[in-house]
Design a protein around this ligand. Sequence first.
Ligand SMILES: Cc1cc2nc3c(=O)[nH]c(=O)nc-3n(C[C@H](O)[C@H](O)[C@H](O)COP(=O)(O)O)c2cc1C
Length: 274
Amino acid sequence: MNITKVTAVYYSAVGSTKAVTEKIAGLIAEKLGVPADSYDYTLPESRTETQHYGPSELVVFGTSVYAGRVPNKLLPAVQNCFKADGALAVPVVTFGNRNFDNGLIELRNELENNGFHTIAGAGIACRHVFSEKLAPGRPDEADWNAIENFALSVAEKVMTLTEIPAPVSVRGDDPVGPYYTPLGTDGKPAVFLKAKPLTKAELCDKCGICVEACPMGSIDAADPSLVSGICIKCQACVKKCPTGAKYFDDPAFLSHVAMLEQNYTRRAEPEFFL
Ligand SMILES: Cc1cc2nc3c(=O)[nH]c(=O)nc-3n(C[C@H](O)[C@H](O)[C@H](O)COP(=O)(O)O)c2cc1C
């Protein structure tokens, strides 16, 4: 199949999904001898128009998994902002060492609904944004080697494709099941939907980095301690604040993080589907 361009498209609040998606797209492009491009739909202004991909393009489409699925507040963008006229696609999800559950199969289905032909997929364990104890240092060298082998296999598949294949088979339930319910250390659902980041006033110099980083555009520019819109707990503001002024103290949220640390420190391996 003649592919003339490879594009990494991704949502990535803290940068793990960006790194993985761009790596895969770059390696495929190199092997095919075609240019690589990127489209980052993390911020609200990148989700106002629809991107179109033609039949000679390949898109490596990445998202992190939230609650075992495509992040629900980003789903409308996945559904409406990326349309294809027969472009090939490689759905890629990153997850924080618990499980990607139905995230990959949901992304595959959405891409197929949007006119893409999915030819491969991957679920990549990355450091969990909630805790340094969950998959620290991931992806590590072994992950990157596996990711490189996967990208080269995808490129080889593209070169030998003579007709459009069936949608790639990936792990997950079809139809896609419900969102994962976060639990606390007591084993009961931990309800922290309304939790928002707090700000240590003595550390915040109102630089505005958190305002720019928020994927929901929810942080007040004049007073960054005010979160007027929705918070999806992505941790972009916490991770990107240069003075460490942002934090969460919601008890249910902290209990969920503690539960993850108690149960999900074993190594989750990346999974590849071709
Ligand atoms: C709200 C929220 C929910 C999450 N849910 C899951 C989950 O269900 N399973 C899992 O293994 N990791 C989960 N994670 C961890 C992220 O998928 C992981 O840290 C990801 O690599 C973040 O990458 P990104 O911010 O670069 O996109 C969750 C993270 C957040 C912020």
